[in-house]
Design a protein around this ligand. Structure first.
Ligand SMILES: [Zn+2]
Length: 103
């Protein structure tokens, strides 16, 4: 199997959630750059860029899933309860936990 980089995450947390997303679609995912230092808290997790790698045969599928993720993440929504702005990837308000309305 050969690997190809499909995404560079801005932080470790994002990388791991994307890895989970792709794995749930049946893909093998490799994370690179997720250093032990960031895991042990010696460095802030967002210092290190983490890249996602998939099997070249899955590249197209992975890229389309990541594209959808990015499009969704860009569309912010506003909490009907506290008017807080939330990222598109949140299913509930990060501030008051009100579930996101259907749009
Ligand atoms: Zn809220």
């Amino acid at each position: 199997m050969s690997w190809i980089q499909v995404y560079s995450a801005s932080n470790s947390l994002e990388a791991h959630s994307l890895k989970g997303m792709l794995e749930s679609m049946g893909m093998d995912v490799l994370l690179k750059g997720d250093s032990l230092a960031s895991a042990t808290g010696e460095l802030p997790a967002d210092v290190v860029a983490v890249t996602l790698w998939v099997d070249t045969l899955r590249e197209e599928k992975a890229r389309s899933a990541l594209h959808q993720y990015e499009a969704q993440a860009e569309s912010v929504w506003f909490c009907p309860s506290c008017q807080e702005e939330n990222g598109g990837s949140f299913e509930m308000c990060w501030q008051c936990s009100t579930p996101r309305d259907e749009f």
